[in-house]
Design a protein around this ligand. Structure first.
Ligand code: FA5
Length: 338
C-alpha cells in the first residue's frame, strides 16, 4: 500500500503536469476545483490525514500541506503567465474598428482582354453581333468548308495541331485545334439565314516556332457580313472606320492584295504607325465556294470577312516588342495595363 506521504507527492506531480497543460483561464479554474477545491483531491487527502494512525499523521500531514502550498504557488504563477500571454496576443491581433480597412490589391485586365474589348466595342457600335465557337474543331470547318480541301497547298499556311480524337478509318486526322477563327464563318452561315453581321473573338493555335511576333497560342477576332448586295466598298468603309476609331482619326490605312483561299479578292490591311506600315489583318469578299458550302446562293448573296490578331494590335498600341510576354505570366509586365 502507498504510504500517505507518497500519495500526496504523487498527487502533487499529477496536479503539476495537469497545470502545465491548462492553457486558458477556464482550464485553470477547472484544475483548481479538481485539486484544491472543497471536494478536490488534495483537500480530500488533507482531510484523510486525521484518520491516520498518530505515528503516520505527522509525515503525511506535512507532505500534504507542502503539496498544497506548492500547488497554490504554481497556480498563481501559471495564472500570471497565461494572463501575460493573453494580453500580448490581444495587443497584436486587436480589432480596432476605427482603423481604415486594409486596401485590397486591385485586379487588372490582361492586355489582350483590354484590346479585345476595345475592338468588340467598336464593332458592336457598328451593329455587329458577337459570337463564340469551339477551339477544338473539325477539319471540315477549319479547312474544307473554307475552300481548302484535303491536300490543298494552302493547308501549309496553317501549321496545325492535329488531335488523335475521331481518327478516320484510314487513320487520317479529322479534329484539330482551330488555326484561326474563320471556321466560325462556316458554322454561322450554316446555322442562320442572312443578313449576318457578326464578329467572333477567340483563341487560336498554330504549331509553329515561336518568336517575337509568333506565338503558338494567340487570339483572333473574325468578322463576317453577308447579305444581298454587300460590296468591297462596304468592307473598306467598315475597316477604315475601325482603324480610325482604334488608332486615332488621322490614321492612314493601306490595302494590298493578299491570298486566302476563302476570299476573292483577298487583301491585307496595314495602318501607318509611327512612320511604318504595319499589317493588322487579312480580309476579302467571301469566296462563292464558301457561300455555296454553307448553303447560300452566291448569285443572290455576297459578303465580306476579315480576321485580325489582337495581340499584334496590343503590341502596336502599347509598344510591346515581344509577343511571348503576353503568356509569360510575369506580373511586372501584366501590372502595367489597366
Ligand atoms: C488568317 O488566319 C485568316 N483566317 C484571316 C482572314 C479572315 C482572312 C477572313 C480573310 C478573311 P493570318 O494567318 O494572316 O490569316 O492571321 C491573321 C492574324 O492573326 C494575323 O494578322 C496576326 O495578327 C494573327 N496571327 C496569326 N498567326 C499568329 C501567331 N502565330 N501569333 C500571333 N498572332 C498571329
Amino acid at each position: 500500500m502507498t504510504a500517505p506521504a507518497d500519495y500526496a507527492a504523487a498527487l502533487r506531480d499529477e496536479a503539476l503536469a495537469a497545470l502545465d497543460r491548462a492553457g486558458v483561464p477556464g482550464a485553470l479554474e477547472s484544475w483548481r476545483v479538481e485539486y484544491l477545491g472543497r471536494s478536490g483531491k488534495l483537500t480530500a487527502a488533507l482531510r484523510s490525514v486525521a484518520q491516520l494512525p498518530p505515528e503516520e499523521r505527522r509525515a503525511a500531514g506535512a507532505a500534504a500541506n507542502e503539496a498544497k502550498a506548492l500547488l497554490e504557488r504554481r497556480l498563481a504563477e501559471r495564472r500570471a503567465e497565461i494572463e501575460a500571454a493573453l494580453a500580448q496576443n490581444a495587443g497584436a491581433g486587436a480589432l480596432d474598428v476605427t482603423l481604415p480597412g486594409r486596401p485590397v490589391p486591385e485586379g487588372r485586365h490582361h492586355p489582350s482582354t483590354i484590346v479585345m474589348r476595345e475592338i468588340q466595342a467598336i464593332f458592336r457600335d457598328m451593329g455587329f453581333q458577337i459570337a463564340e465557337g469551339p477551339e477544338v474543331e473539325w477539319d471540315k470547318y477549319n479547312f474544307e468548308m473554307l475552300n481548302i480541301p484535303q491536300d490543298h497547298p494552302a493547308r501549309d499556311m496553317f501549321d496545325t495541331f492535329w488531335l488523335d480524337a475521331n481518327r478516320a478509318p484510314d487513320g487520317g486526322f479529322t479534329t484539330l485545334l482551330r488555326t484561326h477563327t474563320s471556321p466560325m464563318q462556316a458554322r454561322i452561315m450554316e446555322a442562320q439565314e442572312p443578313p449576318i453581321r457578326v464578329i467572333i473573338p477567340g483563341k487560336c493555335y498554330r504549331y509553329e516556332a515561336t518568336d517575337a511576333t509568333h506565338e503558338s497560342q494567340f487570339h483572333q477576332i473574325e468578322g463576317l457580313a453577308v447579305d444581298k448586295g454587300v460590296t468591297f466598298a462596304n468592307l473598306k468603309s467598315v475597316l477604315y472606320d475601325f482603324a480610325r476609331r482604334m488608332f486615332g482619326p488621322d490614321t492612314r490605312v493601306r490595302f494590298r492584295c493578299d491570298y486566302f483561299p476563302f476570299v476573292e479578292p483577298g487583301v491585307d490591311m496595314a495602318i501607318e504607325w509611327r512612320g511604318d506600315w504595319l499589317e493588322i489583318l487579312g480580309a476579302g469578299m467571301v469566296h462563292p465556294n464558301v457561300l455555296r458550302a454553307a448553303g447560300y446562293d452566291p448569285a443572290v448573296y455576297s459578303g465580306f470577312a476579315f480576321g485580325m490578331g489582337p495581340e499584334r494590335i496590343a503590341m502596336l498600341k502599347y509598344g510591346v516588342n515581344d509577343i511571348r510576354l503576353f503568356l509569360a505570366n510575369d506580373h511586372r509586365f501584366l501590372s502595367q495595363f489597366r
